[in-house]
Design a protein. Structure first.
Lengths: 844, 448
């Protein structure tokens, strides 16, 4: 079937549009061609990112293809040479007026109490094309209104015009066909299946694309009228995909995010977490004033007092123990400008290289910067092969999941996943290589090996490997989506696997890293051993002379090493820049000991977290929608973030906090504005050369991928060593290898402080294959004894067919069983034993 | 009256009580056409059918042999879909063929598969036809057991599987693309044509030939007797014989196989061998010549032959071969409502004008009949009709996806054109009744 949603159009032809000859592309839909030439054809069901269905009939226009004019739906009709189109003829107008009247006869016209009023396509088109009064004197169709179809979305079937947008989105785009037409004819309605809510991670998109007020989202209902909203365009920082959004507010309160169609990134889609996390911007518990610990208690303080207090701690640590005794963790929540300011403060002023924006759950920065990079468009380009070796994109990078799904289903991309559990992509993967935890590299080795080896690898059978090898051999480029599938195992296997895959010709990588601006933080030096501009300390030192007072001499520690050193008493002062190691570091016991082991913690954050509540000084930071600047997504795409509202209380932007701290330490960072910093980044960071000008002169808001000069040549990529992995213990018949990934909804700040989402985390349970249930003698929902290296706890077990035999799944950062309690980061792989509490079970 | 006495082609076994069994079918020449075809090339079989001017019997009347040639060459697999979802009101010929002579249909299916090159045929039987389903399934089992269906049919290298599928009660599934959607497990909603016609992209987006039950039931006879013999019957493009179901105010309603193209409406309605005349020997007020979707005919059309082109030119169609007779006592407004209500009930709901428009038409008619008519209602009926079927012409134009919506317009335009006075009388009475009532004086007071 022709791919109507593909943007691939070739060839040129000429059509006559309302008497004027215009160009059109082969395969281009008439409605799109007309719009391109400034002729708007009214429509409801047509959406440029979905397959046209021609159902609403609003876009019918008179078209003559040589056999006389006939009414044709312009959303279904591809342009053909010589086609004569009249969108304004009497016949066209009469038909369109008639359709509009049909749509209105059962529409409740409750516009005054409808959230869509003011931005409603039906309302707008009625104004533009519709009749002045109704000829329909009968009673309208009635339904109970509205009904919840999920925790986030309500459905008013009276308003619905049955355009199939939401249902099409759910089925075609999201792959969650949980809403559907039911009944027939005039009784047709959209609804869920009985007792099956529309529990899709992407449900908010249906609200956005609904052409009437039939679908509304609980967080926005009755909050504002569209004409009262002010908006700016920005980039979502909930995850590292970097979807473009419009941030809308009224009376200095963020009320809604709306997806913006950025062609290289999100195509207008957002995930529900990103869309509804705006609630956490407005949270009641936002930090609005600095806190300083006095008499064992955190008490409100003036900024001057708090900054002086923090500077004094830093200065005394420097004086007494040198810069190596200071560690800085975090920075992935910041703007690029703030990240640069903090890098300059930490490395250039304090002189410590113990700086890491990642929390032991990412990839070494040298690896991120040491492999050739691919953009999302390159990954999804028709005809290639994508290897996903990383987290479940549906859970962690949801809109990337949508792009990958589209590429596989519509553009013939072959997808191979290498993962320890089945994922959201498994069902559409060409080959889903579900392997034993810790044996990732074995699978990669087998994949690049000679065809026909006929042996299994890492628990993946040879037949599946054969299919995967054939997919790669089918030609086209190979793009790897690389990240951490599980934080319960050493990163070394992932690095080794990546290194092996990089030997395939024409291979490049998209880094599936956690947290919004992690890529910007890495690029701008918030990683041990690196300086701004994707360079090492030695490689970048010269760039910074004259700009930075100092540059660390030797590479410092990453987060794991810092926390280990802190626990052992070697790190005196820890600065947490929007980081919460107690919640986010894979080994909670180590995080706990580390925070207890340092003398002082200085934290900047938007909320008081488990970690920042242990701090001596807490500095309230301005968050998303409260700061302007730029951010970098997982591709290395830099786009503009915009401020829409003012931060709570006296909270300040992170770059200003860094600047104040530096000043208190006697150094002027040299910035008076975000623009100053961007200018300095453009000159100090080699990879970002020319960035400020490029952003300023860009004709669209998609942002620019750095470096602007094109992909970094192979010889300029950082070098990294493949760590030698510890030997794995042999698989033990009573042991289970732990796999820890994240769910979209967890106990993190965005969800926890967004009332609409607080009920959505699934909660913690140990997830096992049904086979292991029988083997262990336990039943679904049982409490079992979980024996981890560091502790033994009781936890419920549930069946999860996604988890293979011999593995145990646990979600990160959930209430109940928290995976971080089980993980021992010093072990290459966390191995558990599970025992039934009634005495039967493993080992008995 | 000039009724030709031709031997029946497709109902020849209807009188035999065991015609539905394999032995009964074989005893009367069954599967000889298949054996004959297997000794011919597929092209020769296809050519014979093409020569025979076998017009499709489902409604549109497109020549089956020509349709078979529409599969794009070299694209495999291709499928045959048999449309046994006969649902047009007044039509019950396919049901008879499936109940009484299922092997004849199966043989026709096999011949079509052989000619077109299909390895799989899907036989879609209307959900309500329990006996037809039972007979078809039993016959298919017998045919499989006898090596007539399945692998290596009759020892040849020709193999076909026939898959049975029961409908779930939707009229619209008789429309070929809705039927294909239904077969694929989707809701029975039509696909828009263009871009894709089933012959090029149909079931599972593969080339698909959709043929009616009666159409395929003709094929064994054609293969046995040749196109020339077939073309000796009938007139113009309408060759062979055709089954017509006559219902309504006639003495002997039923389904009759008559020579196509030469028999007239008067013949089939009045001849004692067929419908036998009007009940109580009353006069004909109107009749529907080809199923509920067809514009009505009247007294002056009785002598038209049952010939596709002639009927088309007269402004209606033979459609599915259902003739519904209304005598002079018929209340045309109620008759009109009855038909419109059917289409409103059966609208699939996919496209706006049909989903909303047919129900609106039904409600206006209901209002007129229930004494709530307004003088503007007749123009409203026509304008709503015009918004479903611009111009209210024949053949109809449409703002809809499929012809169901315009079908609801046919009875309205027919009745309103011919019998506008009857509508106006109802409305005048209603207006008179309303104005005769003395308005009650309403006092507006405050609640204590």
């Amino acid at each position: 079937m022709a791919d109507e949603t593909s943007t691939q159009v070739t060839g040129e032809l000429t059509i006559t549009l309302n008497g004027t000859q215009v160009d059109a592309r082969k395969g281009e839909l008439l409605i799109a061609a007309a719009e391109r030439h400034g002729v708007y054809i009214p429509h409801f069901c047509y959406h440029p990112r979905m397959r046209p269905v021609g159902m609403c009939r609003m876009c019918i226009v008179e078209v003559d293809t040589g056999r006389g004019p006939t009414l044709q739906p312009s959303c279904m009709l591809e342009c053909a040479e010589g086609m004569v189109v009249d969108t304004e003829s009497d016949v066209t107008s009469k038909a369109q007026d008639g359709i509009l009247e049909f749509l209105l006869i059962n529409h409740p016209l409750d516009c005054p109490v409808c959230d869509k009023g003011g931005e409603c396509p039906l309302q707008d088109q009625t104004m533009a094309y519709g009749p002045g009064e109704s000829r329909f004197v009968e009673s309208k169709r009635h339904h109970e209104k509205p009904i919840p179809i999920s925790d986030l979305v309500l459905l008013d079937r009276e308003r619905c015009i049955l355009c199939d947008r939401c249902t099409r989105f759910a089925k075609e785009v999201a792959g969650d066909p949980l809403i559907h037409f039911i009944n027939r004819g005039n009784h047709t309605e959209v609804n869920t299946f009985p007792d099956e809510p529309f529990a899709s991670y992407f449900s908010g998109n249906t609200v956005q694309i609904c052409p009437v007020g039939a679908l509304t989202a609980t967080p926005y209902r009755f909050k504002a009228r569209p004409w009262d909203l002010e908006q700016v365009e920005s980039t979502c920082q909930t995850c590292s995909v970097g979807c473009r959004v419009a941030v809308q507010s009224s009376r200095n309160e963020v009320l809604r995010y709306v997806g913006v169609d950025s062609d290289p990134v999100n195509w207008g889609w957002l995930c529900d977490k990103g869309r509804f996390a705006f609630e956490s911007v407005n949270g009641d518990e936002r930090l609005g004033e600095p806190l300083v610990r006095t008499g064992g208690e955190l008490r409100p303080a003036r900024w001057s007092e708090a900054i002086a207090s923090a500077a004094e701690v830093l200065q005394s640590t420097l004086t007494a123990h040198g810069p190596e005794a200071i560690g800085v963790i975090g920075g992935a929540r910041l703007t690029n400008e703030a990240a640069y300011a903090w890098a300059k403060l930490a490395k250039g002023v304090l002189g410590t290289d113990n700086v890491d924006a990642q929390l032991g759950d990412g990839l070494p920065a040298e690896v991120v910067l040491g492999l050739p990079s691919a953009t999302i468009d390159e990954v999804c380009a028709p005809g290639g092969t994508v290897i996903v070796l990383g987290p479940d994109t549906k859970e962690e990078l949801p809109v990337l999941f949508l792009r990958l799904r589209h590429a596989v289903l519509n553009d013939g991309v072959r997808l191979i996943e290498i993962a320890p559990t089945a994922t959201g992509l498994s069902a559409i993967a060409t080959a889903s290589l579900i392997h034993h935890p810790g044996e990732t590299a074995e699978v990669a080795r087998a994949l690049v090996g000679q065809p026909g080896l006929g042996t299994d690898a890492g628990g993946v059978n040879s037949a599946a490997l054969e299919v995967a090898r054939a997919a790669i051999a089918a030609g086209g480029p190979v793009r790897v989506v690389l990240g951490r599938a599980s934080v319960a195992e050493s990163v070394s296997w992932t690095v080794e696997a990546a290194s092996i895959l990089s030997s395939i010709p024409d291979t490049s990588f998209l880094m599936a890293l956690r947290r919004g601006n992690v890529r910007g933080a890495i690029d701008l030096g918030l990683s041990p051993g690196l300086l701004p501009g994707r360079v090492t300390l030695d490689g970048g030192r010269a760039n910074l002379s004259g700009l930075w007072p100092t540059v660390p001499a030797t590479p410092g520690m990453d987060t794991t090493a810092m926390l280990t050193a802190a626990a052992e008493g070697h790190l005196r002062t820890l600065v947490l820049v929007g980081a919460d190691p107690l919640a986010d570091f894979p080994d909670r016991d180590l995080a706990r000991r580390a925070l207890a082991g340092v003398e002082t913690i200085i934290a900047t954050d938007t909320y008081l977290t488990g970690s920042s509540s242990l701090a001596g000084v807490v500095l309230p930071a301005a968050g998303f929608a409260e700061v302007s600047g730029t951010t970098t997504n997982l591709e290395g795409r830099v786009s503009v973030l915009s401020q829409r509202v003012t931060p709570p209380g006296t909270a300040r932007s992170d770059w200003a906090i860094a600047s104040d701290l530096a000043r208190a330490l006697g150094v002027d960072l040299g910035f008076a504005s975000v623009e100053d910093i961007l200018t300095e980044i453009s000159s100090a960071a080699p990879s970002h050369a020319g960035l400020a000008d490029a952003l300023a002169s860009s004709s669209d808001t998609d942002g620019v991928v750095v470096p602007l000069s094109g992909p970094t040549p192979a010889d300029a990529l950082l070098s990294f060593t493949v760590p030698t992995s510890d030997a794995l213990l042999p698989r033990h018949s009573y042991s289970l290898r732990l796999v820890v990934g994240r769910k979209l909804y967890d106990e993190g700040t965005a969800v926890h402080h967004s009332p609409a989402m607080t009920n959505l985390p699934v909660g913690g349970a140990l997830r096992l294959n049904r086979y292991d249930f029988d083997r262990l003698g336990v039943a679904e929902g049982d409490l079992v004894r979980v024996i981890a290296p560091a502790l033994t706890i009781e936890a419920p077990v549930v069946v999860d067919p996604a988890v293979p035999r011999g593995s145990a799944g646990a979600w990160f950062n959930q209430d109940g069983l928290c995976a971080a309690d089980l993980i021992d980061i010093t072990a290459p792989l966390t191995v558990l034993q599970v025992e039934s509490l009634n005495g039967q079970g493993a080992g008995s | 009256m000039t009724v030709s006495d031709v031997a029946p082609i497709i109902t020849s076994r209807f009188a035999n009580p065991d015609a539905h069994t394999l032995s009964g079918y074989r005893a009367t020449g069954g599967y000889q056409a298949l054996a004959k075809a297997l000794s011919m090339s597929p092209e020769a079989v296809a050519n014979e059918v093409k020569e025979a001017s076998l017009l499709g019997r489902g409604g549109a009347g497109f020549p089956a042999g020509v349709k078979w040639g529409f599969c794009p060459p070299g694209v495999w697999p291709r499928y045959l879909v048999v449309n046994g979802d006969e649902s047009e009101p007044g039509t019950y010929k396919d049901r008879m063929l499936m109940e009484r002579d299922p092997h004849q249909l199966i043989e026709g299916v096999l011949l079509a598969c052989y000619a077109v090159g299909c390895g799989q045929a899907f036989l879609y039987v209307r959900g309500e036809m329990a006996l037809a389903q039972e007979r078809i399934a039993a016959a298919l089992n017998e045919a499989y057991a006898a090596g007539l269906v399945g692998r290596n049919i009759m020892g040849s290298d020709f193999s076909v599987d026939v898959i049975l599928h029961w409908g779930a009660g939707a009229y619209i599934v008789g429309e070929e693309t809705a039927l294909i959607e239904s077969l694929e497990g989707e809701r029975g909603m039509p696909r828009l044509k263009p871009p894709f016609f089933p012959a090029a992209k149909g079931l599972y987006m593969q080339p698909t030939i959709v043929n009616n039950v009666e159409t395929l039931s003709n094929v064994p006879w054609i293969v046995n007797n040749g196109a020339a013999a077939y073309n000796e019957l009938g007139a113009e493009a309408s060759r062979g014989t055709r089954m017509f179901a006559v219902s309504g105010h006639v003495k002997n309603p039923g389904v009759f196989e008559v020579e196509f193209g030469t028999t007239t409406f008067r013949d089939i309605i009045f001849d004692p061998r067929y419908a036998g005349g009007i009940l109580g020997d009353r006069a004909v007020k109107a009749f529907i010549p080809g199923g509920a979707s067809a514009p009505w005919f009247f007294e002056e059309h009785l002598d038209l032959p049952l010939e596709k082109g002639t009927v088309d030119r007269a402004g209606s169609m033979l459609g599915s071969g259902a003739i519904v007779v209304m005598d002079e006592t018929t209340d045309v407004v109620r008759a009109c409502l009855s038909l419109v209500r059917f289409f409103a009930h059966e609208s699939c709901g996919k496209c706006t004008p049909c989903r909303e428009g047919t129900t609106w038409l039904e409600r206006i008619l209901t209002r007129i009949i229930s004494g709530q008519g307004r003088p503007t209602d007749l123009d409203l009926l026509l304008d709503v009709s015009d918004n479903i079927s611009p111009g209210i012409a024949w053949p109809p134009k449409q703002t809809t996806i499929c012809p169901l919506g315009p079908s609801a317009v046919s009875p309205i335009s027919s009745a309103l054109t011919r019998f506008r006075g009857e509508f106006e009388a109802l409305i005048d009475d209603a207006v008179a009744a309303r104005t005769a009532v003395t308005p009650v004086e309403i006092t507006v007071g405050s609640h204590g």
